[in-house]
Design a protein around this ligand. Structure first.
Ligand code: ZN
Length: 151
């Protein structure tokens, strides 16, 4: 990866962590899931409003490191308006991107702006920061009752 691209990705992560998109409580959420990454201290609460198998709205609240907040911001932006199965299908490629060999970053075109997280693969300790909000999304969409509080 060129260093220009690395700089661009770092800038995207900094921007999203400082000014997260979709940040705040969703009052008419139909699913709420909390996620914690004890390794780093990241905490997110994910709010989803599901309508006809579609993510009609999504937001999050939380505290954590720049990577966890940027990942939540990027993820909620990427899946907002998508069908639930389309949103779930993104997790595999995202996890593959985050856990691939350093120096060999590949960001599939389908991931769009999520490619900004590809540099995280160089820091294995931080992978859980980036995947935290995706695990929360998975739980919410797969209706795991122990982790989901319906309205
Ligand atoms: Zn973190």
């Amino acid at each position: 990866m060129s260093s220009d691209l690395t700089d661009l990705y770092q800038q995207v992560i900094i921007d999203h962590s400082r000014h997260p998109q979709n940040f705040g409580r969703l009052d008419d959420a139909t699913r709420t899931v909390e996620g914690v990454n004890p390794l780093c201290g990241d905490q997110v609460t994910l709010y989803l409003k599901l309508l006809d198998d579609r993510i009609a709205d999504i937001s999050f609240e939380g505290v954590g490191c720049a990577i966890s907040m940027a990942s939540a911001s990027l993820m909620t932006t990427a899946v907002n308006g998508k069908r639930c199965d389309e949103a779930l299908a993104l997790f595999g490629p995202v996890r593959a991107m985050l856990t691939q060999s350093p120096g060999n970053e590949i960001a599939p075109a389908e991931l769009g702006k999520l490619a900004a997280l590809s540099g995280v693969s160089a820091f294995p300790m931080r992978v859980k920061c980036a995947t935290l909000v995706w695990h929360a999304l998975n739980s919410a969409l797969e209706e795991r009752p122990e982790m989901v509080s319906s309205e």
